[in-house]
Design a binder for this molecule. Structure first.
Ligand code: AMP
Length: 297
């Protein structure tokens, strides 16, 4: 394992901007028998991202993080141009976390002039975010595939925070026979329960307070399930009520669906997932909780 003991100052990671150089570093490490992990991010890093770095460092000899705000996953009316870009602070956090390489390409390196090829998806990409953010997962899958080409790691670390995204990536990896292990890590929350997100900085103090109803709605769902409730519609209705009671009116969805397929269900028979997407002020937030009655039995 690489990585320095806690009393040594963090070594700055090497920052790499080209696919060629990045691929070379990964391949050299692998030829030397080292296991490489990659953590794809869009920057504006918080402890959620750093938990993925920690998971990679625990299981791999070399860890690369990617910092790339991917234009193709933003809709025309979304926040691509104002998405927070905090590279200096991100590099300091990645250095402290013990990352070995940071892949931070320009857009033209990932989308060369004339590039038109995109990943076409179906199945788990279609409902929920697929309905409310058309084209979003097409952009996500395409950039993840490209990042896996640039950083041909042995394992890639994603967060459960983007639950549907993690399923889309898992399916793409299986369907396209990609030689990489996908690891999904738990959601990291603020002390009051709000799921950490780069977009939380958009929230005013009042909005930040109202945003808490999203994790409260998910907690309410978990409490109902722990109390024996199995009816998906009744659980979803309670989630909607919790959100509305705190003044979150603009709800894209508050749903209880099959945890593997995201298909609608009437009753929870084994493992479901509760997912919420809602706008608080102008900021769209997502969160989720797994409802696994196999562990509750
Ligand atoms: P992003 O920079 O938002 O594209 O996120 C990069 C990765 O970090 C994705 O795999 C996210 O699911 C993951 N992530 C974001 N927020 C959290 C969080 N609060 N806890 C754990 N993982 C997270």
């Amino acid at each position: 394992m690489t990585g320095s003991p806690a009393d040594e100052p963090a070594r700055s990671p090497e920052v790499i901007a080209t696919v060629r150089a990045m691929r070379g570093r990964v391949q050299a490490a692998q030829r030397a028998g080292r296991r490489v992990g990659v953590v794809p991010t869009m920057g504006a890093l918080h402890d959620g991202h750093l938990s993925l770095v920690a998971a990679s460092r625990a299981a791999c000899d070399v860890t690369a993080a990617t910092v790339f705000v991917n234009p193709t996953q933003f809709g025309p009316k979304e926040d691509f141009s104002r998405y927070p870009r905090t590279m200096e602070a991100d590099l300091a956090k990645l250095a402290a976390a013990g990352v070995d390489y940071v892949f931070a390409p320009e857009v033209a390196e990932i989308y060369p002039d004339g590039a038109t090829t995109m990943v076409e998806l179906g199945g788990v990409a279609e409902p929920l975010e697929g309905q409310f953010r058309p084209g979003h997962f097409r952009g996500v899958a395409t950039v993840v595939l490209k990042l896996f080409q640039a950083v041909p790691a042995d394992a890639a670390y994603f967060g459960q925070k983007d639950y549907q995204q993690s399923l889309v990536v898992r399916h793409m990896v299986a369907d396209l026979l990609l030689p990489i292990e996908i690891v999904v890590c738990p959601i990291v929350r603020e002390s009051d329960g709000l799921a950490m997100s780069s977009r939380n900085i958009y929230l005013s103090a009042d909005e930040r307070q109202r945003a808490l109803s999203i994790c409260r709605a998910l907690e309410a769902a978990q409490v109902l399930v722990a109390g024996g409730e199995r009816n998906a519609e009744r659980i979803a209705a309670q989630m909607q009520t919790t959100l509305r009671d705190s003044g979150v009116e603009s709800i894209d969805y508050a749903a209880v669906v099959d945890a593997d397929t995201l298909a609608p269900i009437q009753r929870i028979e084994s493992c479901a997932v509760a997912l919420v997407a809602a706008r608080v002020g102008a900021t769209r937030l997502i969160d989720n909780a797994i409802l696994d009655i196999r562990s509750a039995r």
